[in-house]
Write a protein that binds this ligand. Structure first.
Ligand code: HEC
Length: 158
């Protein structure tokens, strides 16, 4: 009796172990888990990058280039992550807007990184950045009836 029961337990354990192995195998065979960059992620990132970029422009206008560079670096990092949103939805124009804005941010950073900063040149790059923000907003952003802005969902439809 006793050995019989032990055998039963062993069988259950083997079944559980092979079942587990099956799960692990299936997980490896299936598509890789792929985190979705949601509209909420995009809205949250925009909400933090907006004030960072605005602060960078204010510091630039005040001639405080180290402060401007610091806030710009944060805005750049935040904006760069949003490219995932447009990639996952295969929006080439969105990808292009992000790339163009990030490139203009790099130009602006470089213009503020020299010993003798040319304020006009730096301001022109800041205006390029802002123009690209606006260009994407014109296509993909709309006022939210509850206040602020929201993604223009129909602009994402093919
Ligand atoms: C590729 C497109 C794209 C680019 C480039 C872009 N944005 Fe946005 N932005 C959006 C979309 C879409 C929304 C609406 C999302 C939301 O708020 O729900 C938005 C919303 C915002 C908001 C409003 C957040 C809120 O709801 O209160 C701010 C502020 C903002 N963007 C700032 C910027 C700035 C500054 C830049 C440039 C440095 C920029 N964005 C570049 C697409 C873009």
């Amino acid at each position: 009796m006793r050995s019989c029961r032990a055998g039963g337990i062993a069988l259950v354990l083997v079944a559980a172990a092979t079942g587990l192995a099956g799960v692990v195998l299936r997980a490896q065979d299936g598509p890789k888990p792929y985190p979705i960059y949601t509209a909420d992620h995009l809205a949250g990132t925009m909400e933090t990058l907006g004030p960072n970029f605005a602060a960078a422009v204010r510091a630039l206008e005040a001639g405080d280039y180290p402060a401007a560079k610091e806030r710009l670096a944060r805005a750049r990092e935040q904006l760069a992550t949003t490219i995932t949103f447009w990639r996952q939805r295969e929006r080439d124009d969105g990808i292009g807007f992000v790339r163009t804005a990030v490139r203009a941010m790099d130009d602006l950073d470089a213009a503020m990184s020299v010993d003798d900063v040319d304020a006009e040149v730096a301001s022109a790059f800041a205006a390029d950045v802002q123009a690209t923000c606006n260009a994407c907003h014109a296509v993909y952003r709309e006022p939210d009836p509850e206040g602020g802005f929201r993604l223009k969902a129909e602009a994402l439809e093919p």
